[in-house]
Ligand binder design. Structure first.
Ligand code: NCD
Length: 312
């Protein structure tokens, strides 16, 4: 059986192109499975997975949970807001307590960049990063790239734009790594204050003009303005941001071409995209839910295959 080159999914940075293609191929299979009348497969019947969410999440958490259940794993869920973390327990102590319950895989979202890598070095389980602060969000980037590939075919030479709050977005960095690895040309666009210095070192072009970027691209990923991570005012007002960097039906129509539109959710309606665009036929936000489950099933399945668990 083909295998991933990694034992954990900590970030796209640690994968290679073959890994991504293998995840996509496996997701194709699981997408077919979840559309059958019986949506479950027994693949992970002896596996226990803990979902540890130290930061809020709706869709990523539900999508991982559903993926695990469709694979017949036993699942335990933990959210920091209801736990002893509030009493001062350290990350390693919390996780080791959970691992004492014989957990094989940990899916973790954490506000600190590097938390998943740290955990992988300190505890004995397979770690899947479900978002570590402003750093990486690999499963989101994989499902974004999978969706673009579904719409546009092979990504080699395709022009993909990532627009908005690049500075605070883990989706942006993981997307840049994944899209570049698959041979796409990537342009990022946003107000200068929300674009990290030296980002061009990642091999992307940079623009501050949304219309020019939209004319250039085949697909655009509109990122959320991450207000919860902003300790300063990065732009004068939300209204000005929406005017300059928000996508509305009029801007889309003026392009006179179809572009693929993505948004990882949750949307700030009227800021990055207006409701008419979010609710239009172009909106892929809900299509992405099915892809999200299939991609996460593939990630978990392929990582568990590397665990060397003796079969019963
Ligand atoms: C993203 C996240 O949490 O980083 N959302 C998600 O995973 N669905 C993007 C965001 O919060 O804007």
């Amino acid at each position: 059986m083909e295998q991933l080159s990694v034992d954990h999914l900590l970030g796209i940075k640690y994968l290679n192109e073959e890994d991504i293609q293998l995840i996509f191929k496996t997701a194709d299979h699981f997408k077919e499975v979840i559309n059958r009348p019986i949506k479950k497969v027994p693949s992970l019947r002896d596996i226990t997975i803990a979902n540890l969410f130290f930061e809020n999440s709706t869709r990523t958490k539900l999508s991982f949970q559903l993926a695990e259940k469709r694979l017949s794993a036993d699942v335990i869920n933990f959210s920091a807001s209801q736990s002893s973390v509030k009493k001062g327990e350290t990350l390693i102590d919390t996780v080791n307590n959970i691992l004492a319950m014989k957990v094989d895989v940990v899916v973790m979202r954490h506000p600190n960049p590097g938390a998943a890598l740290f955990l992988s070095k300190n505890v004995d389980a397979c770690i899947i990063n479900a978002g570590d602060g402003t750093h990486e969000h690999p499963s989101q980037a994989l499902l974004d790239a999978y969706y673009i590939k579904e719409k546009l075919g092979d990504l080699k030479g395709k022009k993909i734009a990532i627009v908005g709050d690049i500075l605070h977005s883990r989706v942006a960095l993981s997307n840049i790594y994944a899209l570049k690895m698959l041979g796409a040309e990537v342009q990022i666009c946003g107000p200068k204050s929300l674009i990290p210095k030296h980002i061009d070192a990642l091999g992307v072009s940079v623009s501050t003009d949304l219309m020019q970027t939209l004319k250039w691209c085949d697909a655009v990923n509109m990122l959320r303005v991450q207000n919860e991570r902003m300790d300063l005012n990065y732009f004068p007002s939300t209204r000005e941001y929406a005017q300059l960097y928000g996508l509305n039906a009029q801007k889309l129509a003026s392009l006179k071409k179809e572009i693929v539109l993505l948004h990882p959710g949750p949307i700030n309606r009227g800021v990055e995209i207006t409701s008419d665009v979010a609710d239009s036929k172009n909106a892929i936000i809900l299509d992405q839910v099915e892809n999200g489950v299939a991609i996460r099933m593939a990630i978990i399945y392929l990582l568990v295959a590397k665990l060397n668990i003796p079969s019963t």
